[in-house]
Design a protein around this ligand. Structure first.
Ligand code: UT7
Length: 328
């Protein structure tokens, strides 16, 4: 069977209105703008309202992506939502989004690969397009990390933020295509970042809430080293699969966990700093949404032009990693 080429037909993103600055955080936990800026590169982040859930952010991002792709919700064949902060444990946020969008009763499901979720989603969705099973798929990464961070824990609350990014994918009739995808995971690192309670291992109870176990716990330093190694490995693997060298990359959109992680990866892979997309200064770490929002920003800001080779690389909880090369 010959496989069809898959392209991104349109992107969209949405970040909540409310800005939380480092100065605001100084009033909440024992931290400083100097520490946050120098250790992470983050200056401010966006935080969802009390009544704003993942599907609400996803809806705005999806509407924009559909408009840019000139696709009507009723033309969608499948909806994939990548999130670690679903509206509820179930039903899937993708089903809630399907109803909000007024899409047909099509396949809809959530995918959980933490910060790597958007690239996992693009790769999974691409297989349906490539085989000809479906023609139009919406992939959304939507996160409301502010709802699961412990606002008393300076190790996490200064880093994570909220936002959503979306892409519509379909068959390509020109040179634009996803050239290669590389996905990886290592459950040996499952303890490095997690929300211990609220699942079947430790169901939510008065005790778990009192112990603050329904909030995210992170071993930041260990994750840092693992992230650098995994991202470098994923980049090399995706470039190799596409028969490309790092000098072929025209634009790089990395996961936005920490400026020092990005700098280390860029240096080691030998990419040029001026080709790297950064949004963590204003947006913080939006988990799966970071690269999705970055891609839409790059498209809107005309950082990417037809024919460019665009590299997207992620690392996240699980631990998971992923890298995709696109010819735009
Ligand atoms: O999105 C994917 C998953 N997440 C990641 O990839 C995150 C990767 N990790 C990181 O980005 C970094 O490890 C952090 C930004 C989380 C932490 O930076 P670090 O340089 O690794 O700091 P550290 O955890 O080694 O802590 C150094 C010190 C500690 O104090 P002592 O023990 O040396 O006295 C911490 O208690 O910094 C302290 N610290 C803070 N101080 C002020 C930790 N957080 C803060 C804070 N403000 N917010």
């Amino acid at each position: 069977m010959s496989l069809r080429k898959v392209k991104i037909a349109g992107t969209g993103s949405y970040i909540p209105q409310r800005v939380l600055t480092n100065a605001d955080l100084e009033r909440m936990v024992a931290t400083s703008d100097e520490w946050i800026s120098s250790r992470t590169g983050i200056k401010e982040r966006r935080i969802a309202d009390e009544n704003e859930a993942a599907s609400d952010l996803a809806y705005h991002a999806a509407r924009r992506a559909l408009k840019n792709a000139q696709v009507k919700p009723e033309d969608l064949d499948m909806i994939i939502v990548a999130t670690i902060t679903p509206d509820m444990i179930f039903p899937a946020t993708a089903c809630i989004l399907q109803e909000k969008l007024g899409a047909r009763k099509v396949a809809a499901f959530d995918l959980e690969a933490a910060c790597s979720g958007f690239l996992y989603g693009l790769t999974v969705g691409s297989q349906f397009i490539a085989t000809g099973m479906y023609d139009t798929i919406l992939v959304v990464a939507s996160e409301t990390l502010s709802k699961i961070v412990d606002w008393q824990d300076r190790n996490t609350c200064v880093i994570f933020a909220d936002g959503a990014g979306a892409a519509v994918i379909g068959p390509s009739s020109d040179s634009g295509r996803i050239i290669s995808s590389y996905l990886g995971a290592d459950g040996g690192g499952a303890d490095l970042v997690k929300v211990p309670a609220g699942g079947s291992r430790l169901p939510a109870s008065f005790q778990t809430v009192q112990n603050r176990q329904h909030y995210m716990k992170m071993k930041g330093n260990e994750l840092f080293k693992t992230a650098v190694r995994a991202m470098i490995h994923a980049i090399h693997a995706s470039l190799e699969e596409g028969n490309l060298k790092s000098s072929d990359v025209d634009y790089f959109i990395p996961h936005q966990a920490n400026m020092r992680i990005i700098d280390a990866v860029v240096k080691k892979v030998g990419l040029s700093q001026d080709k790297v997309h950064i949004n963590l200064e204003q947006c913080g770490n939006m988990s799966a949404a970071s690269v999705a929002v970055g891609l839409d920003e790059a498209v809107r800001g005309k950082k990417i032009k037809k024919g460019d080779k665009v590299l997207l690389t992620c690392f996240g909880g699980g631990v998971t990693w992923a890298s995709i090369v696109i010819e735009w």
